[in-house]
Design a protein around this ligand. Structure first.
Ligand code: MG
Length: 279
């Protein structure tokens, strides 16, 4: 139903003849069950606003890290010097849509009427994702400062080789077995964060999904997700760094009560019902 509504709306605005004129046919639009993701992907891939927001977020993170180092550690020649009782500080960050930009996979899925996970492993295998703007400068600065970097991602361990290949392609620091922690049994990241906490002090968590920041968001309903943000509000922008991702994420899963077995029409109805109208 949503698909025909979208086509009717577009047809009403431009007339179907002009759609053909710009290289998009009615059939093109109708065939994609992913049509609802077009605007989000447009925003992610083409908006200066997204690029600015990503760089702004990483600039802020770098400043905060520097400030934390000056406050909690001895810093000599721009490098943290650990005292006897101190363990090395660490930044824990997600990979997808946090360090690597996978929007070309989403764009492909839209144009080929394919829903995740179709094409995903092929995309990872290609190992050619570009960087999220701002991420490399931040990671190099953190490394230079003497902060250890851990990449905690829900890519699976079988995808580790190509994931590391992609990260190495961009010359990122700490890309090795110790620091790239992929999913073995659970998408919940707290267990891997606890492991890191045995050897390092986690001073910052960065991700595009709230679940990257705290397990409190894991499978949480919409109301709880909002309440959780209030819980960490004082540390947002310092310990917790949130990046934007309008294409997918637990924010969407929460709208479906995490039931991804729902049909496209059921999901469309859930999305429609989640809207908060003016009256
Ligand atoms: Mg991510």
């Amino acid at each position: 139903m949503k698909k025909s509504l979208a086509v009717v709306a577009l047809a009403g605005t431009f007339g179907l003849g002009s759609l053909t004129g710009v290289g998009v046919t009615k059939a093109d639009l109708e065939k994609s069950s992913q049509e609802q993701t077009v605007m989000a992907t447009n925003w992610f891939q083409t908006s200066a606003e997204n690029k600015a927001l990503q760089i702004q977020t990483y600039n802020q993170a770098a400043e905060e890290l520097q400030e934390m180092a000056m406050q909690d550690y001895k810093v000599k020649n721009g490098q943290i010097q650990l005292k006897k009782n101190q363990i090395r500080p660490a930044v824990v960050l997600d990979i997808d849509e946090t360090v690597l930009d996978n929007s070309p996979h989403t764009a492909w899925a839209i144009k080929n009427n394919a829903a995740y996970p179709a094409g995903w492993s092929e995309w990872i295998h290609m190992a050619k994702a570009e960087l999220i703007p701002g991420s490399k400068d931040f990671l190099l600065a953190a490394d230079k400062l003497g902060v250890e970097i851990f990449y905690v991602s829900n890519r699976t361990v079988s995808e580790k080789e190509d994931t590391m290949k992609n990260l190495n392609l961009h010359g990122l620091p700490n890309v090795d077995d110790k620091h790239v922690l992929l999913k073995t049994t659970t998408s919940q990241k707290g267990i891997r964060q606890d492991e890191i906490s045995k050897t390092n002090k986690i001073v910052m968590l960065i991700g595009d999904n709230a679940n990257d920041l705290s397990d409190a968001f894991y499978k949480a309903d919409l109301k709880t997700r909002f309440a959780n943000v209030d819980q960490i509000a004082d540390e947002l922008g310092s310990k917790y760094i949130q990046l934007p991702n309008p294409m997918y994420g637990d924010w969407e899963g929460a709208i479906y009560n995490y039931d991804f077995s729902k049909t496209d029409d059921q999901k469309a109805a859930d999305r429609y019902n989640a809207l908060k109208p003016m009256k």
